[in-house]
Design a protein around this ligand. Structure first.
Ligand code: FAD
Length: 377
């Protein structure tokens, strides 16, 4: 099978690259092995203090609206973090004391939403809190099994019964000006969180739960759908195993499911993520990139990999594949001409791209621009 570009990895970086290239008329395939960081997404894109115009456009066309205000957001354990570019679900505040009194509502039997920590954090900020649990018969079947009482299963039901939830939470409200709910709404219908906010007789703040992240899964699904609507080929649950290189250029890659039918392309983008997604692998002696065997930037002395202070920025997180200025990764010191490395396979931070989503998005756009420029020559 031949494409203009084959992308290895279908997380944020791979999807941003794939959608952008499809929009420009290139034929692309994304091979995506499994879960990616979006499935654990907090709802805020780190190191994106404002949306580059083309990111807002790309997300908007996929049906995802982003917002930013310089301020803070409420985290699942009741702490606050500086705001970043966020999904609409996320409430951004100017100060921790954003309310007078809050009603924190959970669903009976759901343990992945930390109401006591939230109350403690909010009370420190001067917000009086009351915690209530809603026992909904619609959740009875999944309540029976703690392994099923998880964010995504609850969210499937919530898209159907959110109006009832608004009514029942409304009935619990006393003189609170704010209702705090777990972020388990709008899995399939992105309009639900906004409609809850409109219908509730108090301000509604959605707060993250333990993963999987409902807004993250929704974001991934909407970007994937947009990519496929544009004609992209998304090979879900497949994995690129190895590549064939000739004269410093990639000729083809082999995947687990396609067997002897190799994927051929003019360009390849490596968007396989960091350790978490197995784009980078490690043992006590070395760190390596498994598909191409690319050069990885890491300290030879293993004691330099980590800082014994647990909460410190850990040096190993910054390690990633080495590239030239055009994001061509190095193999034995030489750039691979038709391969680009983007996203967290580059390491958790890169001075020119930032970290987190900022790194994924900016590096993906950089690779796309380079590919389109090459094509125009
Ligand atoms: C748990 C977690 C939570 C995070 N939360 C946030 C957050 O809330 N906000 C934020 O800004 N940043 C967050 N980050 C940082 C995050 O890394 C980036 O924001 C960004 O989403 C990374 O995107 P990516 O596409 O580079 O990699 P990933 O999202 O890791 O995607 C890589 C994909 O490549 C696939 N893959 C790997 N190898 C192969 C192969 N050989 N063949 C085919 N597919 C392959 C993987 O299965 C995976 O699907 C988080 C990171 C982690 C690990």
């Amino acid at each position: 099978m031949r494409f203009d570009t084959v992308i290895i990895g279908g997380g944020l970086a791979g999807l941003v690259a794939g959608i952008s290239l499809q929009k420009e008329g290139r034929s692309t395939a994304i091979v995506s092995a499994g879960q990616n960081a979006l499935h654990f997404f907090s709802g805020s894109f780190e190191s994106l203090e404002e949306a580059p115009q083309r990111l807002s456009e790309l997300f908007g066309e996929a049906g995802i609206r982003l917002h930013y205000c310089s301020g803070i957001r409420l985290m699942p354990l009741g702490t606050f973090r500086p705001a970043a570019l966020s999904l609409e679900d996320v409430s951004l505040f100017e100060t921790p004391g954003f309310a007078r009194k809050a009603l924190i509502v959970n669903f009976a039997g759901y343990h992945d939403f930390f109401t006591s920590f939230l109350a403690e954090g909010l009370e420190k900020a001067g917000i009086a809190c009351r915690i209530q649990a809603l026992d909904l018969p619609e959740l009875e079947r999944i309540q029976a099994s703690p392994s099923e009482m998880r964010s995504v299963q609850i969210a499937r039901t919530m898209d159907r019964i959110w109006e009832k939830v608004v009514r029942e939470v409304g009935a619990l409200l006393g003189d609170e000006d704010t209702v705090i709910l777990p972020q388990v709404f709008g899995l399939r219908d992105i309009t639900v969180p906004g409609r809850i906010r409109q219908a509730m007789p108090a301000r509604v703040v959605f707060v993250g739960t333990l993963p999987p992240s409902v807004p993250g899964i929704r974001t991934q699904a909407l970007l994937k759908r947009r990519y496929e609507v544009l004609g992209g080929t998304y090979l879900s649950g497949d994995e690129v195993l190895e590549a064939d290189l000739e004269d410093g250029t990639v000729q083809s890659v082999a995947t687990r499911n396609l067997g002897t039918h190799r994927l051929l392309a003019e360009d390849f983008i490596l968007a396989s993520g960091g350790y978490f997604s197995k784009g980078l692998r490690s043992n006590p002696f070395r760190i390596w990139e498994p598909v191409f065997g690319l050069d990885v930037d890491f300290a030879g002395d293993r004691t330099a990999w980590y800082d014994p202070a647990f909460a410190a920025d850990q040096p190993y997180m910054a390690y990633g594949v080495k590239t030239d200025a055009s994001l061509h990764p190095l193999l034995d010191g030489m750039p691979v001409k038709n391969l680009y490395a983007v996203g967290s396979v580059l390491g958790a931070t890169r001075p020119e791209f930032g970290s987190g989503a900022g790194l994924a998005v900016r590096s993906a756009f950089r690779a796309v621009d380079a590919i389109l420029k090459e094509e125009a020559l």
